[in-house]
Design a protein around this ligand. Structure first.
Ligand code: PEP
Length: 250
């Protein structure tokens, strides 16, 4: 049985004050969420502050991205070692906003994934198709291409200590959610792709769903066999909603 993971992606939101308020709200209510593992991913500059507030709470910390480089002349980059030093367990890699707004290629995403693991971070690898790709019948081909880039670089062993997040681009921040059946179909496809190389690793990896997940739809999504949690954007900025989603995963 895979343990459910519910991770909050705060994106480019927050201030010292709002981080404190949000985490106070989450940590107050979290004992009610039972067996679900919970993680929050604030912007880089708030990691230290958030890490201090999360001490001894059992809530994990993650970053939203990391560099593919370990150190050197890469202005503006933040390395996996730095993130790790500030107490992160997880790092989101290849979020669709990085891929589509900042032009991150499959190859760059695979390099970041590998570098994160070298520094003992658990990558949350985001994959997902655009609306155009879905309507063109390309969903599985896109997911396969995005997974294969990482498989080629890190091997199936790379997925032994990683998380996948299926995030259909058309569902992120739009209020449109994939139906549980649509999501389950893609999750099963992704797991099957990995199981061709190693059934044990494929069976154990957690595949999260992300895309307008909210308290009202989380329960039905999380009931599906291959949906092992959620990557939550908008709803992770409201303590009550985030905790309610985490509670539906148990
Ligand atoms: C996300 O940013 O990963 C996400 C799923 O956002 P939202 O929940 O707002 O759709």
């Amino acid at each position: 049985m895979r343990q459910t993971l519910v991770a909050g992606n705060w994106k480019l939101n927050g201030s010292l004050e709002s981080v404190s308020e949000l985490l106070a709200g989450i940590t107050e209510q979290i004992p009610t969420v039972g067996a679900t593992e919970v993680a929050v991913c604030p912007p880089f500059v708030y990691l230290q502050h958030a890490g201090q507030l999360l001490q001894d709470t059992g809530i994990a910390l993650g970053a939203q991205d990391c560099s593919d480089q370990a150190e050197g002349a890469y202005t503006g980059e933040v390395s996996p070692a730095m993130i790790r030093e500030f107490g992160c367990t997880y790092v989101i890699i290849g979020h669709s906003e990085r891929r589509h707004i900042y032009g991150e290629s499959d190859a760059l995403v695979a390099a970041k994934f590998e570098r994160a693991q070298e520094h003992s971070l658990i990558p949350i690898l985001c994959v997902g198709e655009t609306l155009e790709e879905r309507e063109g019948g390309q969903t599985e081909a896109v997911i396969a291409r995005q997974l294969d880039a990482v498989l080629t670089r890190s091997g199936i062993e790379g997925f032994d200590n990683a998380v996948i997040a299926y995030e259909p681009v058309w569902a992120i921040g739009t209020g449109k959610t994939a139906t549980p059946q649509q999501a389950q179909q893609v999750h099963a496809f992704a797991r099957d792709r990995l199981s061709r190389q190693d059934e044990g690793i494929a069976g154990g990896i957690r595949i999260l769903y992300g895309g307008s997940m909210k308290p009202e739809n989380a329960g039905a999504l999380l009931q599906e066999n291959d949906i092992d949690g959620g990557l939550i954007g908008g709803a992770s900025l409201k303590a009550e909603d985030f905790v309610a989603i985490a509670a539906s995963g148990t």
